[in-house]
Design a protein around this ligand. Structure first.
Ligand SMILES: Cc1cc2nc3c(=O)[nH]c(=O)nc-3n(C[C@H](O)[C@H](O)[C@H](O)COP(=O)(O)OP(=O)(O)OC[C@H]3O[C@@H](n4cnc5c(N)ncnc54)[C@H](O)[C@@H]3O)c2cc1C
Length: 438
């Protein structure tokens, strides 16, 4: 008898959950309005992580994605891109990569497959090819979303539209005959560029990896290097993502003071290696300081290359120091690696820095701007932004009840925009959404 009651209770619970996760269509003012509890805008890793946790909590929701699942990994990345973190780390806890060993770095197609499979496995209620054009608050509470396929009303809206939304090219160089300028999102492969030298501006992970690939393909490469961190890929047998974990750096709440705009140069390409700009230079790459202006057909370069390289080295060495101290503190048996402390000699471009680059000689035919992104929330017409137009939130919970942000850099911690980090943030936001219902 007890057994029958339990089976009945479980069946009722399952029915109730299924009912909760069904979206409803209404007719109002002759307009078809679809209703759901939580609307997720964006079907990348953030949208899918959110869906998984809402499903777990039995909360009805709908994901609208203007293109396809994980579109940015398909369209906005170069052909050879692999994940910056190893497969054991850059993944959802609930799923491993089927086609990549734990210490490997999955290629971008593999990452796309991973998210497509995940969406299938959790039966994510995702509708692709539907753009959310406007979200406004409803007078009685909740929100109305206008989309390219009708209207959706929801009690909550999660903006999961990505940490890197709109490519930015600083307005430094005017259009020049015979020089193609593109953002790093448009770069595909060395063979797709015009013959001739290439100037890469920006030496974060994208710029460093693209410049390295072009140099290996035999191109003459100029790389403009700003302030950066460059952790060792591996040290004492452990990947840097492991070190950042045990040293508590992934959970940091805010960037260290004065390092807010410092980029990080890491690479999983060719099995993963430490980004070392001195070694690039010894292989023939021309390193430059920050691009700062344009005059008489020449790009002018700031006198900061030496400082940027030396601060990058100091950052690298400081992580080795912290790792060594951790090994001693914890009594770990990890092989010592004194050779990791060897810093190559200053290359000529450091001792005699280049201060201008001729862009009219025909030598440089392509400029790749690896200069980052800005966020774009023009569609979200609610007062959830500060006076500089940035999302106003605490750990993703915005100042407007019912509006959430997910996947943004430093949303709740350093790891927030990474595959594994967004999972943890989504779990917390789902808890907040569930608590709102009660
Ligand atoms: C070159 C590069 C390499 C990276 N490598 C790694 C890595 O190795 N490991 C890692 O963990 N992270 C990596 N990242 C960081 C991060 O994982 C990715 O940027 C990831 O794409 C972020 O996922 P997301 O779901 O937050 O956003 P996105 O992938 O940007 O997804 C947002 C989605 O929202 C959709 N969208 C936007 N506006 C609307 C709208 N109005 N209506 C409907 N849909 C909309 C977009 O089409 C997009 O598909 C990398 C980032 C870059 C730029």
């Amino acid at each position: 008898m007890l057994c029958q009651i339990m089976v009945l209770a479980m069946a009722l619970l399952a029915y109730a959950r299924a009912e909760q996760t069904r979206t409803k269509r209404d007719e109002r003012d002759g307009m078809q309005v679809e209703k759901t509890d939580t609307l997720i805008v964006g079907g990348g890793q953030a949208g899918l992580a959110m869906s998984a946790h809402l499903k777990q909590a039995g909360i009805a929701h709908l994901i609208l994605e203007r293109d396809r699942i994980a579109e940015r990994w398909r369209k906005d990345r170069w052909d050879s891109l692999v994940a910056n973190g190893p497969a054991w780390h850059d993944r959802f806890p609930a799923k491993t990569f089927a086609d990549c060993g734990p210490d490997g770095f999955p290629g971008k197609d593999s990452v796309v497959r991973y998210f497509e499979e995940f969406a299938d496995e959790i039966a994510a209620p995702i509708r692709c090819g539907v753009e959310v054009t406007e979200v406004t608050a409803l007078p009685g509470g909740g929100f109305r979303a206008r989309t390219s396929d009708g209207v959706v009303e929801a009690r909550n809206v999660v903006a999961a539209t990505g940490p890197f939304q709109k490519p930015v090219i600083p307005p430094l160089v005017p259009e020049l005959p015979d020089v193609t300028q593109m953002h790093s999102t448009a770069y595909r492969s060395p063979g797709a560029l015009a013959d001739g030298a290439v100037l890469v501006v920006g030496a974060g992970s994208s710029g460093a990896q693209i410049a390295d690939e072009l140099l290996s393909a035999g191109r003459v490469v100029y790389l403009s290097v700003g302030p950066h961190d460059r952790p060792p890929r591996r040290y004492r047998g452990k990947d840097f993502v492991w070190w950042l974990g045990v040293l508590g750096k992934w959970e940091m709440k805010t960037p260290p003071a004065g390092r807010e705009h410092v980029t990080i140069a890491v690479s999983g390409a060719n099995g993963g290696h430490t980004v070392d700009f001195r070694r690039f230079a010894h292989r023939g790459m021309q390193l430059l300081g920050m691009a700062e202006g344009f005059a008489d057909g020449r790009l002018t370069i700031a006198p900061d290359l030496g400082t940027n390289i030396r601060e990058g080295d100091a950052n690298y060495l400081s992580l080795l120091d912290e790792a060594d101290a951790y090994v001693v503190r914890e009594g770990l048996d990890l092989p010592a690696e004194p050779e990791a402390r060897h810093i190559p000699d200053d290359p000529a471009c450091l001792t005699t820095p280049i201060r201008t680059v001729d862009l009219q000689s025909g030598d440089i035919r392509t400029i790749i701007w690896a200069t980052g992104f800005v966020q774009e929330f023009g569609w979200l017409r609610v007062d959830a932004f500060d006076d500089r137009g940035r999302p106003a939130h605490q750990n993703g919970v915005s100042i407007v009840p019912g509006i959430y942000f997910l996947g943004l850099p430093w949303l709740s911690m350093r790891g927030s925009s990474f595959i594994w980090g967004v999972w943890a943030d989504a779990e917390r936001l789902a808890g907040h959404i569930a608590a709102r219902r009660e």
